[in-house]
Design a protein. Sequence first.
Length: 184
Amino acid sequence: MGVRSIVLFVIAIVIAALAALNWGTLSAPTAMSLGVTTVTAPLGLVMLGLTVLLAAFFLAYVLWLQGTVLLDARRHTKELQAQRELADKAEASRFTELRTFLETQENAHMARNGERHAALLARIEQLETALRQRAEQADNTLAAHIGQLEDRLDRRAAAATASTPVAVTPLSAAPAPVAFDPRP
């Protein structure tokens, strides 16, 4: 019991005790005016009856009010539960949409990375091909320069031997220059 209930219970007991102790005075008939007429009745019992009637009315009002509050609380609880379920469904829907969005973004990112990787490999292949071609050109150019230098040396040696008689071995017996192949 709450403090209010205890106070009301004590007040009711005090009123009942006073009525029991003063029953003779409460039941003594007196002349009472009702506004239009005058009647003889025990004023104490009339007042006690009106107090009991008022208490019964307030008790009925409190019970009705408590019932209304309970019904409203029950209705609000049901509405709250329905709203909570809707919120949970909406949250689950948002999580599903977020998961789908993230998966889509990840797939797009992976596709872009795959395309970039393929483009990078193609570019590396092009650069390797260009490097091989330059190396071959450099080898050919170097071989041509060496050939020109050998021709000059042969001509100088021939010019020098023409002025002095010395036996010369033909150059055709010399080994041909070897071309360098950078490919493994």
